[in-house]
Design a protein around this ligand. Structure first.
Ligand code: FEO
Ligand code: CA
Ligand code: CA
Length: 665
C-alpha cells in the first residue's frame, strides 16, 4: 500500500508496515538445496545472457523466465478487459457490474439512511460495515437466486470515513497531511463498522436486491458477545478481569477472508489483530514472547485509550482471545458466535473447506505474514449431510497441521499436537491449549516452511487440487530463497498448487508445484511464468483472494497493484489451470484506484460473480494524481463536488452477463 511519506495512515495491511518480520526462527528455507533442483547448466539454458546472471538478477528469476510456456488461448470465453488505472470500476464487455451494498447502506427496516455527517455507533450497527472482504452465499431453500450474503468487514480507515479528519499542511515547503485524533464516538463507530454482515438478497428480473426486512439479517461487530470453545476455552491464559471464565469474548477483529461450511455456517478469520492493542505488558509478563511473535502491540488503533480490554497494561491476557476462527450460525440471528480454538491462533487469512472422501471436513488456513505458514485442519468427526444440528460443533475437535514443502516437490502436513515431537513441557507447553494459543511457535519448532505471506487457500472439488495464494514478500533475501518460495525480494507473489496423496484431502502428504509466478512477464528480471497466450492485460501481481467457479476454474483477486507497483489497478483475473492453456490469465474486472479486490464468489449457478471492492480511494499520492484527494474531507474545503455516491465507499458489486447466462463458459 502506497503511503504518503509524511504520515502513516492506517492501511489495509498492517503486515505491510516496514517493520521486521516477526518470525525469529532459522528454520531452513531450503536455500542450499535449491541448487539441486535448478542446476547451473539449467540456468544457462535460459534466453538471457550469462553476463546477466552476474548482475543483480536472481538466478532463480532467470529460471522462471525460461519456464514461461507457449500455450493455447484461454479457455474462458469472454472478451478481455483492458488493464489500466482510473477512479471507476470496469468489467469485461457484455457484462454489468452493479453496486449491491455499500458501506452505510441500511440492512434493516428501521435502519437510518447513510449520512456521513451524522455517523454514530447506533446507526452503524444497523448498516453495512466498512471495508468488505470475504463474501459467502448461503442458499435459502437451495436457490441460486435467493440466499444470505455473508460479508466480512475487515478494518476501518478513519481518514476515509470521517469528513474533516485530514488537513493538508505546509511543512518545510513540502505538503504534508495531518490526521486528527479520533473521539470516543468515532472509535465506537469503528467498532460497529468491523465484523460482518448477514443479509438476505434476492435476484429479481436479473438484478440482485437487498431484502431489508429479511428476518435473518444481522450485524456482527467488535462489540458482539462471543464464546470461546474447543481445547483452549477456559484456559488461564484466556481469562481476564471482565471474563474470569475464559470463555466469553466481546467481539471479533480484522475479519479478512473466511468461508461457508458444508453445513451452512459462516466462518470469519481474525487476521491482523495486533493493531488493536496498545499499552505495555507489566514488566516480565509471561506473554511477552507470545505477543512479540504476533507483533502485539502495534497500536495503529486508538481503542485502548477508551476501552481497557485493548490496553495491555490493564488486560494483559486479552490478545490471547483474538486471532481465532469464528463460526456463526446464520439460521438464528441471536446465536452466539463461537471462536473455534482447535483451529489455531495466528493471523488467519481465510478458512475454505471441503468434505473429504471419508466424510471428515478439511479446512485450509493461511497465516498472512512474511515468513509464516500454511495450515490445514481436519475435523475428528464426519460431516452429516442429513442432520445440520449434528455438525454444529465439528470445529471443536480435530487435527491442525502445518505444511513443510520439500525441494523434491512433496509436502508434508505436520500435526500440531501436544506431546508429539518438540511440542512438550520442555519447550514450555503444558497442554494442547498452550500449543494452540502459540500456534506459530509450535509450527516454528516443527520446522514448517516459511512462506511469502499465505493468503487465501482454495480446495477445488472439480480437480482435487488446492491453490495457495502467496501475495509477496519484499523481505526474502537471496539466501532465503527455496523451492516453494523461489524469488528473492518477491514483489509480485506466486501461486502454489497442491495435490494431496491419493487425491484425499485428509492425507498427511502430497505433491506441490508452482502454478504461477506473478508479475509482468515482459520484464525478464521479474521472472513471471504466465503462458505466452497471456496478453499485456492478462498478467497480474499480488494474488490475495481467489475463488473457483462451479466448473472448478480458478479466479484470482489481487491486492497491492497500482501506478507504481504494476501500472494497473487491482482486479479479478480468470486463470487456466489445466491442459495446454495452463497458466494463461485473463482480466475480467478491475477496481477504482486505491482499492483492493476482495471477495470473489460465484453464485451456485455461475450466473453472478460477487466481488468486494475494499478501500477505494486509499493511498493518497496515487489518487491525487487524478486531481482528486484520497481523503474523505469536508466538501466545502477540499472536495467541492463530493457526493456520497462517489467511489470512496467500499462496496459489494454483483457482476452479471447482459441477457443472462453463466459468467464464463
Ligand atoms: Fe486481510 Fe491478508 O489480507
Ligand atoms: Ca486477503
Ligand atoms: Ca489483502
Amino acid at each position: 500500500m502506497t503511503q504518503s511519506p509524511e504520515i502513516r495512515f492506517r492501511t489495509s495491511q498492517l503486515e505491510e508496515n516496514d517493520g521486521p518480520p516477526v518470525n525469529p526462527t532459522d528454520n531452513r528455507t531450503m536455500g542450499e538445496i535449491i541448487a539441486a533442483r535448478f542446476s547451473r547448466r539449467d540456468l544457462l539454458k535460459g534466453s538471457l545472457a550469462v553476463s546477466a546472471i552476474a548482475a543483480t538478477v536472481s538466478p532463480l528469476a532467470l529460471v522462471a523466465a525460461d519456464e514461461a510456456r507457449a500455450a493455447e488461448a484461454s479457455a474462458f470465453k469472454f472478451d478481455e478487459l483492458d488493464a489500466g488505472i482510473d477512479d471507476k470500476h470496469h468489467v469485461a464487455p457484455g457484462y454489468d457490474a452493479d453496486v449491491l451494498l455499500r458501506w452505510g447502506d441500511p440492512l434493516f427496516a428501521d435502519s437510518p439512511e447513510f449520512d456521513p455527517a451524522k455517523q454514530s455507533a447506533e446507526a452503524q450497527a444497523r448498516q453495512f460495515g466498512y471495508n468488505n472482504d470475504y463474501i459467502g452465499y448461503i442458499a435459502i431453500d437451495g436457490s441460486a437466486e435467493h440466499g444470505l450474503l455473508v460479508v466480512n468487514h475487515e478494518y476501518t480507515t478513519p481518514h476515509l470515513m470521517f469528513p474533516g479528519m485530514v488537513k493538508i499542511v505546509d511543512k518545510d515547503g513540502k505538503k504534508a497531511a495531518e490526521v486528527a485524533p479520533l473521539s470516543k464516538e468515532q472509535v465506537d463507530v469503528e467498532m460497529a463498522a468491523h465484523g460482518g454482515s448477514i443479509v438476505e438478497i434476492r435476484k429479481e428480473r436479473g438484478k440482485w436486491q437487498v431484502v431489508r426486512d429479511g428476518k435473518l439479517n444481522r450485524r456482527i461487530m467488535s462489540t458482539t458477545e462471543m464464546a470461546l470453545s474447543g481445547p483452549a476455552a477456559g484456559h488461564d491464559r484466556l481469562k481476564t478481569n471482565a471474563d474470569p471464565s475464559g470463555t466469553k469474548v466481546i467481539g471479533t477483529l480484522n475479519n479478512c477472508a473466511g468461508g461457508v461450511t458444508p453445513w451452512g455456517t459462516y466462518v470469519m478469520a481474525e487476521e491482523n489483530i495486533h493493531g488493536y492493542f496498545s499499552g505495555e505488558l507489566p514488566e516480565g509478563h509471561k506473554e511477552a514472547a507470545n505477543y512479540k511473535r504476533l507483533g502485539i502491540p502495534e497500536g495503529a488503533y486508538e481503542w485502548g485509550a477508551h476501552y481497557d480490554r485493548f490496553n495491555l497494561s490493564k488486560e494483559p491476557n486479552e490478545p490471547n482471545r483474538f486471532g481465532w476462527i469464528v463460526e456463526v450460525d446464520v439460521n438464528d440471528p441471536n446465536s452466539v458466535p463461537r471462536k473455534r480454538t482447535a483451529m489455531g491462533r495466528f493471523k488467519h487469512e481465510g478458512a475454505e473447506s471441503i468434505v473429504a472422501k471419508d466424510g471428515r471436513v478439511v479446512f485450509y488456513l493461511g497465516d498472512d505474514e512474511r515468513f509464516d505458514y500454511v495450515y490445514k485442519f481436519v475435523t475428528k468427526a464426519t460431516f452429516n449431510p442429513n442432520d445440520r444440528a449434528a455438525n454444529m460443533n465439528l470445529l471443536d475437535e480435530g487435527t491442525l497441521s502445518v505444511a513443510k514443502f520439500a525441494e523434491d516437490g512433496s509436502v508434508e502436513w505436520m500435526p500440531i499436537v501436544f506431546g508429539e515431537g518438540p511440542l512438550t513441557a520442555e519447550n514450555g507447553f503444558s497442554g494442547q491449549a498452550d500449543v494452540l494459543i502459540e500456534t506459530r511457535r509450535a509450527a516454528d519448532l516443527l520446522g514448517a516452511t516459511k512462506m511469502d505471506r499465505p493468503e487465501d487457500i482454495q480446495p477445488n472439488a472439480g480437480n482435487g487440487k488446492v491453490y495457495v495464494m502467496l501475495t509477496n514478500n519484499s523481505k526474502r533475501k537471496a539466501e532465503q530463497v527455496d523451492a516453494a518460495n523461489p524469488r528473492a525480494a518477491n514483489a509480485f507473489g506466486h501461486i502454489i498448487e497442491i495435490v494431496e496423496d491419493g487425491g484425499d484431502f485428509v492425507a498427511t502428504k502430497g505433491k506441490w508445484e508452482v502454478l504461477l509466478k506473478c508479475g509482468d512477464p515482459s520484464v525478464a528480471d521479474v521472472g513471471a511464468t504466465f503462458s505466452t497466450a497471456t496478453t499485456a492485460n492478462g498478467w497480474f501481481g499480488m494474488p490475495d483472494n481467489c475463488a473457483v467457479d462451479s466448473a472448478g476454474r480458478l479466479w484470482v483477486a489481487t491486492d497491492g497493484q497500482g501506478p507504481k507497483a504494476t501500472g494497473r489497478t487491482d482486479g479479478l483475473w480468470a486463470v487456466d489451470t489445466e491442459g495446454a492453456a495452463r497458466a494463461t490469465s485473463k482480466l475480467f474486472f478491475r477496481v477504482p484506484i486505491g482499492a483492493e479486490m476482495c471477495g470473489p464468489l460465484f453464485a451456485p449457478d455461475d450466473q453472478t460473480a460477487f466481488v468486494a471492492v475494499q478501500h477505494p480511494g486509499d493511498g493518497g499520492e496515487d489518487w491525487e494524481a487524478f486531481g482528486r484527494p484520497s481523503y474523505y474531507e469536508d466538501p466545502s474545503t477540499r472536495w467541492p463536488d463530493f457526493k456520497p455516491d462517489m467511489p470512496v465507499r467500499p462496496a459489494v458489486v454483483a457482476i452479471t452477463k447482459q441477457g443472462g447466462g453463466k459468467i464464463a463458459v
